[in-house]
Design a protein around this ligand. Structure first.
Ligand SMILES: *Cc1c(COP(=O)(O)O)cnc(C)c1O
Length: 376
């Protein structure tokens, strides 16, 4: 069993993806070819926003978003410590200061009720992460941002296809940033990403920053990066869009089914909460449990791959811990010790899912027995 089954996905989409790749090889416009604009238009429509700008990766999308907002050294960006490092990395790269706000223990997303207390005169933006494919509490976050004149950047690397109060992820804030890393809900066959906005000035800035700050050929108006997405990778995304609606529905159904099976199994495993006004596209199907290391080993022995997203909160990572109290953000610390992700992809079969849950229940029982005090 694979953790993410990209081979079955390719088998299902082979004709479409191969034809689109062949078309690029035939026209030869490998950089900024027609598939780039075609993908941008298709994704902007899906996100319900005016502009989509394709870029080299999800990380690059976050970096370009902050550059388009003209983040200055010393500026603060409020974000979650319970995320992939890229979220904070781009802030630090620009000389900014990530200011961490702890998570809600049941969704693992930033706790919006704690954001306002973290705002200072240096705060420029709030960067929530739609972790595991569920959008954070955007209505509350946008309201706080509006009160304080801040921009909101959704790190939607894991949530393209999700919806929040009927609106698509990537279209619920000043800027939405997603990733097409192969294992994300919408992936390509290499690196890729995109940022989304309704703001014409931000979109124009992002398009310039993506090509070394050029406003016209060899006119470098601003500082930029080499941040384009390859035409070939856009062709792959276009191919994958052909059954993307099915994949999203399937991921949600598999997520529901995981929850029901795990509950029925009686395994001592805590499920994440999905709020009633949104859904989760389960970029990772993540649960929380005790004795994680032992359970992981037993699952590995049973042929069930697992992963940890993420084993340390960012304020415990050497590169991002400066000035942080290691005891701060206890919910993020607890989550980092208890989360475990199970195999998930649209092509996961019900039979394999049954096997995963049976193995999980058995592994939990074994792990609990191994640590139980020996009777006198
Ligand atoms: C994957 C991911 C990124 C980075 O995306 P890349 O395309 O790998 O650069 C950023 N933030 C989160 C939350 C992610 O999961």
């Amino acid at each position: 069993m694979q953790f993410t089954d990209l081979k079955s996905q390719y088998a299902a989409l082979k004709a479409s993806i191969d034809a689109r790749i062949q078309r690029v090889l035939d026209h030869g416009q490998y950089i900024m070819g027609p598939e780039v604009a075609e993908m941008e238009a298709a994704l902007a429509a899906r996100a319900g926003v005016k502009h989509c700008v394709a870029v080299a990766s999800g990380t690059e999308a976050l970096l370009i978003a902050l550059m388009a907002l003209d983040l200055k050294p010393g500026d603060e960006v409020i974000t979650t410590p319970f995320t992939f490092a890229a979220t904070a990395e781009v802030i630090v790269l620009l000389g900014g200061q990530p200011v961490y706000v702890d998570i809600e223990p049941d969704t693992c997303n930033i706790d919006a009720a704690k954001i306002e207390a973290a705002i200072t005169p240096r705060t420029r933006a709030i960067m929530p992460v739609s972790l595991y494919g569920q959008v954070a509490d955007m209505a509350q976050i946008n309201a706080i941002a509006a009160r304080h004149g801040l921009a909101v950047i959704e790190d939607a690397a894991q949530s393209f296809g999700a919806s929040y109060q009927g609106k698509p992820s990537c279209g619920v804030s000043t800027i939405g940033c997603t990733s097409f890393f192969p294992s994300k809900p919408l992936g390509c066959y290499g690196d890729g990403g995109a940022l989304f906005t309704n703001d014409d000035a931000i979109a124009k800035a992002a398009r310039e920053i993506r090509v070394h700050g050029q406003s016209a050929r060899y006119t470098h108006t601003r500082l930029g990066v080499g941040g384009r997405m390859d035409t070939l990778q856009c062709a792959v995304v276009l191919g994958k869009l052909e059954r993307f609606d099915w994949e999203i529905a399937r991921r949600k159904a598999l997520g529901d089914r995981y929850g029901a099976l795990i509950q029925a199994s009686g395994a001592p495993v805590q499920l994440l909460t999905v709020r009633p006004d949104r859904d989760c596209v389960w970029a990772q199907y993540t649960v929380m449990l005790d004795h994680r290391a032992a359970v992981q080993l037993a699952l590995q022995a049973a042929g069930v791959p697992t992963a940890i997203h993420y084993p340390k909160p960012l304020h415990h990572q050497p590169a991002y811990a400066a000035g942080c109290d290691p005891q701060a953000h206890p919910m993020s610390i607890a989550a980092s010790q208890r989360v475990m992700s199970l195999p998930m992809s649209a092509d996961l079969t019900e039979a394999d899912q049954d096997r995963v849950v049976a193995a999980l229940a058995q592994a939990c029982a074994q792990a609990a027995a191994a640590v139980a005090p020996v009777a006198a």
